[in-house]
Design a protein around this ligand. Structure first.
Ligand code: FAD
Length: 390
């Protein structure tokens, strides 16, 4: 469905991403998801050529110089094929601002990122630190021009495949008040396909989000250069991370909507073909009303996403809107993918149809990038102010 938001340029981009997903992403997902295979490098290269990693990167750095709107439009389409593919574009688009270095060296890294040739992983969460990221305990001690990192990280997706890991650390400063220094975000560069020197870890067994592995990591005196020029290296990395979450939440909403749309499309096709009691099940009002409700919920989430992206592209923080769209779209996605599975009956509960994949992946969207409960907290804080604690 088109709307006033969708200019002809945006419609062209959407169509390009849709065709790419149909022809390249979905067949790969159908083959690789059951065997928990990784997104092939050849697909990443193709996405790099299409500019998907640099949608938000300025043109002078080799990107497309577009906005959150186009970023989410593409992510929605890719998620209709495989959620991890829709996710990996964030490893360029949302990481480029924190690229280390200065001058030409930094520009070269950003240009490589726009091509999909310099992609990151984020090590924020820890075994004891999830929703409350302000309490990270992985330590970075400064030794001359280097940070030395020691501590545990959990849930680091793409730690092996990335070209660098951005590690959120507490500064080891014995003179800090309460023994708690500020936070830094240290970029640890590494060979692709390996963990950095001094890091050990293993993949966490997960029920979906296949296409890349998610790691438990242990840092043991890992060294990385200090980059004074970056705001996230000046002791306020947690605040910088929190500020970047708005875009990440809109991107998660886009992925949720793509999953729900794919599930709906599959369910509609199935309902037309499947005959029971002498007629297609799409003739039963119970099924028709399910489909009507699913489509309505998807479109409501999509319009909220368009509005939220427009706010972000206008330079407004949109704190309430980004939480609302993340919350609404991810909850919607779990409901809609589950209803799609119901429409397929027993066939939905098999790996012979992709609906079970959409359902498993939609389940995650309620958990990462801030759980639904955390989004509700942010929205209610915006409306009521923070609760007073005595
Ligand atoms: C597949 C997968 C991939 C991931 N990839 C990455 C990654 O690449 N990098 C990374 O750093 N992290 C990653 N994460 C971590 C993810 O961001 C966290 O799982 C998420 O932030 C929630 O943290 P937690 O799991 O520790 O849950 P907890 O914070 O322990 O929360 C447990 C429950 O308590 C609720 N809760 C917590 N605090 C409150 C509160 N104040 N009010 C009300 N309810 C509350 C939560 O909503 C939840 O229901 C990934 C997670 C998964 C599952």
């Amino acid at each position: 469905m088109s709307s006033g938001y969708l200019t002809s340029d945006r419609l062209m981009m959407q169509e390009m991403a849709r065709t790419f997903t149909r022809e390249q992403v979905t067949p790969l997902a159908n083959r690789l998801d059951p065997e928990k295979g990784d997104i092939p490098r050849s697909l990443i290269d193709q996405m790099g050529e299409l500019g998907f990693f640099g949608i938000l990167i300025p043109v002078e750095h080799g990107g497309l110089g577009l906005g959150a709107f186009e970023y989410c439009l593409v992510a929605e389409e890719l998620a209709r094929g495989w959620m991890s593919v829709a996710s990996i574009i964030a490893r360029g688009n949302s990481f480029y601002r924190s690229i280390p270095g200065t001058g030409e060296a930094r520009a070269a890294r950003i240009a490589a990122m726009a091509r999909g040739d310099y992609l990151g992983a984020a090590a924020l969460s820890e075994p004891q630190t999830g929703s409350d990221l302000s309490s990270v305990s992985c330590r970075a001690r400064r030794e001359g021009d280097e940070w030395v990192i020691t501590g545990a990280k959990y849930w680091c997706t793409f730690a092996d495949g990335a070209d660098f890991i951005s590690v959120l650390c507490r500064i080891d400063d014995p003179d800090a008040p309460n023994g708690k220094g500020g936070t830094v975000s240290v970029i640890v560069e590494k060979p692709r396909g390996e963990l950095p020197k001094g890091v050990t870890g293993s993949p966490i067994p997960k029920i979906g989000y296949h296409g890349w592995k998610t790691w438990e990591l242990s840092f043991d005196g890992v060294r990385a250069p200090v980059q004074e020029a970056r705001p996230s290296d000046t002791g306020r990395a947690f605040q910088a991370t929190a500020a970047a979450l708005g875009l990440a939440r809109a991107h998660t909403a886009a992925r949720s909507i793509g999953l729900a749309q794919a599930a709906l499309d599959h369910a509609v096709g199935y309902a037309r073909e499947r005959v029971q009691f002498g007629q297609p099940i799409s003739d039963f009002q119970a099924i028709r009303f399910k489909i009507a409700t699913m489509a309505t919920e998807i479109e409501a989430a999509r319009q909220l996403m368009y509005h939220t992206c427009t706010e972000l592209d206008a330079g407004r923080p949109a704190t309430k809107e980004t939480s609302m769209v993340k919350y609404f779209a991810s909850e919607m996605s779990e409901r809609v993918t589950s209803e799609a599975l119901q429409i397929l009956g027993g066939a939905g509960y098999t790996t012979l149809h992709p609906v079970e994949r959409y359902w498993r992946d939609a389940r995650l969207t309620k958990i990462f990038e801030g759980t639904s409960e955390i989004q509700q907290r942010i929205i209610s804080d915006q409306l009521l102010g923070k609760p007073t604690r005595k």
